[in-house]
Design a protein around this ligand. Structure first.
Ligand code: HSE
Length: 425
C-alpha cells in the first residue's frame, strides 16, 4: 500500500467527536481534513484544532472528494441518514455511533452501503467503549447466540444504583443526576428505555443474524420503580436493573425487550453499577460470557470509533472488497413472540386491606390465572390498617399475569397494585 495519509471527515465535535479528534492526532497514517459542527462560534478546548477545517455545513464533509472515511457523530435520523447516504454515494466508508439510525433504518442503510461496495461500522453505537460488535462479527462468528442480557444505558443504571444505595426516590435521584450533568434536561430517551431499545435492536439483529424490527421490541422505562421496590428486592436477594434482553426460542422466534428487572445478587449483572454497561451473551459452543466497561464518555467511545476507523484504514488500497466479515448482510426478518405469550417470573407489590382471608384471596386469584407463587411476604400491618404484601411468582404467562393484575385491581381485599416488575428467570 502506498504511504499516504487516509483522509477523515468528522460530522459532530461534541464530547465523542472531541475524543475522536484528540485520539486520531496520535496516528501518523490518518488526517482529519474537515469537521462539521452545529455552531462554529462555540468555544472548544481542543489543542491543535485548525479552525480553517471547521464548517457548519455538513455537506462540505460528505461532498469533499479528498475524504475517504466519514465519521458521523451527531445522532438522530435527520439529517444523519441523508448525510451518510450522500457520503456513500460519493464513495466514502462510514463509521457511526448512531444507534437510533441503525435501529430504525439499519436494513436500508446496510443495503445501500452494500450496493455501493462501502462499509458502515458502528462499534461505538452499542455499549460505547465495550468491544462487542467486532467480536460478534469475527471471533464469535462460530457461535449460535441465543440469549443476550445487557445493561446498555448508563443514565438509568446510575439512577437505579443511587436509588438503591441512598434509599431515595426516582424523582429525587433524577433531579440530583440532572444537577450533576449525568442525566439530560429532557431525560425521556434514557429513562423511558428508548436508548436501550435502539441498542438491543441492533445487537440482537447482529447476534441472531436475523433482522429485528424496532416496532417489535417491547419497552418499559424506570420511572415507576419505587424506593420501596428497591428495598423489597434487596430483602429477597435481588437488585433492580434496566435490562435489555433478547432471546431466541427453539423455533427460532425472537423475544426482545427492555424493562426493569429483578436480578439475583448472584448474577454478574447485579454488580454492574452507576454508569457502567455490561453485555452477557450465551451461545454454542462458547457458553456464557459477560463484557463490562464504560458505555459512554469522551475517550471510551472514541476508543470504539477510532478502532473502526483504523480497521478500514488498514484495508484501504489492499482490496476492492473491504472487511467481508464486518458487513451486515442478513436479510431474514426475525419472527417475534408476542409479549402477551412470553413467560416470566414476576415481583408484585400489593397494598392490601388488613382483613381475614387476604393472603388466601391473593393465592386464589393467582391460581385462577394459572400462576404459582414462589414466595409471599407480609412483614407488618401499618397504622392505617393496611398491609404491604410482596409476591414473587414462579414462571407464568404474561397474559395470565396481566389478567391477575386486573383481578387484584377489582378485588375487595386489595387497595392498590403498587408495582409489577419482571424477575430474571
Ligand atoms: N445516553 C446513553 C447512556 C449514552 O446514558 O448510556 C449514549 O448512548
Amino acid at each position: 500500500m502506498e504511504n499516504k495519509k487516509i483522509k477523515i471527515g468528522l460530522i459532530g465535535l461534541g464530547t465523542v467527536g472531541s475524543g475522536v479528534f484528540k485520539t486520531l492526532s496520535d496516528f501518523e497514517n490518518v488526517e482529519v481534513v474537515k469537521i462539521a459542527v452545529k455552531n462554529k462560534n462555540k468555544q472548544r478546548n481542543i489543542p491543535n484544532l485548525d479552525e480553517s477545517i471547521v464548517t457548519d455545513n455538513a455537506y462540505e464533509v460528505v461532498n469533499n472528494p479528498e475524504i475517504d472515511i466519514v465519521v458521523e457523530l451527531i445522532g438522530g435520523t435527520n439529517p444523519a441518514f441523508d448525510l451518510i447516504k450522500t457520503a456513500i454515494e460519493n464513495g466514502k466508508h462510514i463509521v457511526t455511533a448512531n444507534k437510533e439510525l441503525l435501529a430504525k433504518h439499519g436494513e436500508e442503510l446496510f443495503n445501500f452501503a452494500e450496493q455501493h461496495n462501502k462499509v458502515v461500522l458502528y462499534e461505538a453505537a452499542i455499549a460505547g467503549g465495550i468491544p462487542i460488535i467486532m467480536p460478534i462479527k469475527t471471533i464469535l462468528a462460530g457461535n449460535k447466540i441465543n440469549k443476550i442480557e445487557a445493561i446498555l444505558n448508563g443514565t438509568t443504571n446510575y439512577i437505579l444504583t443511587k436509588m438503591d444505595v441512598q434509599h431515595s426516590s426516582y424523582s429525587d435521584v433524577l433531579k440530583e443526576a440532572q444537577e450533576l450533568g449525568y442525566a439530560e434536561t429532557d431525560p425521556t430517551g434514557d429513562v423511558e428505555g428508548f436508548d436501550a431499545a435502539y441498542k438491543i435492536t441492533t445487537l440482537a439483529t447482529l447476534a441472531f443474524k436475523k433482522r429485528v424490527k424496532i416496532e417489535n421490541v417491547y419497552k418499559e422505562g424506570i420511572t415507576k420503580v419505587r424506593a420501596e421496590d428497591m428495598k423489597a428486592a434487596n430483602d429477597l436477594g435481588y437488585k433492580i436493573k434496566l435490562i435489555a434482553s433478547a432471546k431466541l426460542d427453539e423455533q427460532g422466534r425472537a423475544d426482545v425487550r427492555v424493562h426493569p428487572m429483578l436480578i439475583s445478587k448472584k448474577s454478574t449483572l447485579a454488580h454492574i453499577d452507576y454508569v457502567t454497561n455490561a453485555v452477557s451473551l450465551t451461545g454454542h459452543p462458547l457458553g456464557s460470557i459477560t463484557l463490562s466497561g464504560p458505555g459512554a464518555g469522551e475517550f471510551p467511545t472514541a476508543s470504539s470509533v477510532v478502532g473502526d476507523i483504523l480497521a478500514i484504514v488498514k484495508e484501504l488500497g489492499t482490496t476492492d472488497y473491504l472487511l467481508p466479515m464486518m458487513r451486515c448482510d442478513h436479510h431474514e426478518t426475525a419472527e417475534f413472540i408476542p409479549v402477551s405469550e412470553t413467560e416470566n417470573k414476576y415481583y408484585l407489590s400489593l397494598d392490601a386491606k388488613n382483613n381475614k382471608g387476604v393472603i388466601g384471596n391473593i393465592g386464589n386469584i393467582c391460581a385462577e390465572y394459572n400462576i404459582s407463587l414462589e414466595s409471599i411476604v407480609q412483614k407488618n400491618v401499618s397504622e392505617n390498617n393496611t398491609a404491604d404484601i410482596t409476591v414473587i411468582t414462579e414462571i407464568c404467562k404474561e397474559k395470565d399475569m396481566q389478567g391477575a393484575v386486573k383481578a387484584f385491581e377489582t378485588s375487595e381485599f386489595i387497595n392498590k397494585v403498587n408495582s409489577l416488575i419482571r424477575v430474571q428467570g
